[in-house]
Design a binder for this molecule. Structure first.
Ligand SMILES: CC(C)(COP(=O)(O)OP(=O)(O)OC[C@H]1O[C@@H](n2cnc3c(N)ncnc32)[C@H](O)[C@@H]1OP(=O)(O)O)[C@@H](O)C(=O)NCCC(=O)NCCS
Length: 171
């Protein structure tokens, strides 16, 4: 079992080249865009580092965003602004060497807790993500994410109020 340091912001000196989650698009994003976006402040990437090797075991990226009100189920559309503010969980990936050890679970816990805490200062309806395929949809479903029926890009969302009800951001 890997021993990981606590979550921390991506640093310019982090070795992004050797990171391999098995999905080339996400490897490339991490190599080419993660640091530049961090410098620009348009997204924030948080990493978990292996304490022995210093390797990046996984990363998660958060930024702000919005969705059309009509993406929500009909019954939930009433009394909501249009568009609706959300937090965007843009990227979440775990290096192959560290998969199956709970790293994604830890990254998601960090991202969802952070979202709840920030939502107390900056309003947001929920945390949204765009799963890459059916298998990954299953992964997010386990953590309370639900389908957005009206969204052509088939995003999934978990509501801040549901996260709070489940204890995220408490204490
Ligand atoms: C999908 C991914 C993030 C999972 O990371 P991981 O660190 O191996 O996952 P964890 O060990 O934290 O697993 C957490 C839970 O999710 C489950 N899970 C893991 N991968 C899953 C998958 N692909 N589908 C459904 N459930 C999955 C695990 O069984 C575990 O459940 P349990 O604790 O009840 O046993 C990782 O395999 C990955 O980076 N894949 C490539 C990139 C990718 O597809 N990212 C998804 C963003 S769209």
């Amino acid at each position: 079992m890997a021993r990981l340091k606590p979550p921390r912001p991506l640093d310019e000196s982090d070795d992004r080249e050797s990171f391999d989650c098995g999905r080339e698009s996400m490897n490339q994003w991490f190599r080419r865009h993660a640091w530049r976006n961090q410098q620009l402040g348009v997204s924030r990437t948080t990493v978990l580092e292996d304490s022995e090797s210093g390797a990046i075991a996984g990363y998660v990226t958060l930024s702000t965003g919005q969705i059309e009100r009509e993406f929500l189920p009909k019954a939930s559309q009433r009394n909501k602004p249009d568009p609706i503010p959300i937090f965007l969980l843009g990227q979440l990936a775990v290096d192959r060497r560290f998969q199956g050890m709970g790293v994604a679970r830890s990254l998601l816990f960090y991202a969802l807790t952070t979202s709840v805490l920030v939502s107390r200062q900056i309003g947001s309806f929920g945390v949204l993500t765009h799963p890459l395929d059916e298998e990954v949809r299953g992964f997010y479903r386990r953590f309370g994410f639900e389908e957005l029926p009206g969204d052509p890009r088939r995003a999934m969302i978990v509501r801040i109020k549901d996260l709070e009800r489940n204890g995220f951001g408490a204490g």
